[in-house]
Write a protein that binds this ligand. Structure first.
Ligand code: ZN
Length: 187
């Protein structure tokens, strides 16, 4: 996918400011349209990334099939309903089948899908599918806990509610013991 045209986005933001009753020519707003354009390009750069390039073959042989856990991965995304941020933490666990992924690659996978317009449920599933695909694991579990500004700033204005979503694949789905080990390790 090609890079977004920042000039075009800036022109749209300028129109938006006028429609909102602002004067886009006043000092404080003069450079805002371009800043917003650059910011949006950054926050959606996940559309221009792909899994193979992100993981870049950082896979390492591992003898035993043990559970690998990475938790408290910071996550920032935009909800697709309001284009407002949601943010929180992600935990990923998987049981390797002979190879493990570089730890930083797990965080990069999270970012690749978070830097798109998302809903938390789909984000969780996409991360789980990607880890499964790249690691060839026997099972994967992903849990995301996040706060949504569209709930906190508008609508129901619930400041402290946090949404939890999970996706489990393979042995994490079929084996109760594996699943509860995962859940207790990320608590
Ligand atoms: Zn929303």
């Amino acid at each position: 996918m090609k890079e977004p045209d920042e000039k075009k986005i800036a022109a749209l933001v300028k129109k938006l400011l006028v429609e909102l009753g602002e004067d886009p020519e006043r000092d404080g707003l003069k450079r805002t349209p371009l800043r917003v354009a650059k910011s949006l390009a950054f926050l959606t750069r996940g559309y221009r990334q792909n899994l193979k390039a992100v993981v870049n073959n950082a896979k390492f042989a591992s003898g035993t099939n043990h559970m690998v856990i990475l938790k408290d991965i910071e996550l920032y995304s935009l909800c697709e309903h309001h284009m407002l941020p949601f943010y929180g933490r992600c935990a990923i666990g998987y049981i390797s089948k002979g190879k493990v992924l570089g730890v930083s690659k797990l965080a990069r996978i999270v970012d690749m899908f978070a830097r798109r317009l998302q809903i938390q449920e789909r984000l969780t599933e996409e991360i789980a599918d990607a880890v499964m695909e790249e690691s060839g694991a026997e099972g994967v579990g992903v849990v995301i806990r996040a706060k949504h500004l569209c709930m906190m700033m508008r609508g129901v204005e619930k400041q402290n509610s946090e949404m939890t979503t999970s996706a489990v694949l393979g042995s994490f789905r079929s084996d109760e013991k594996v699943r509860s080990e995962f859940l207790s390790l990320i608590r």
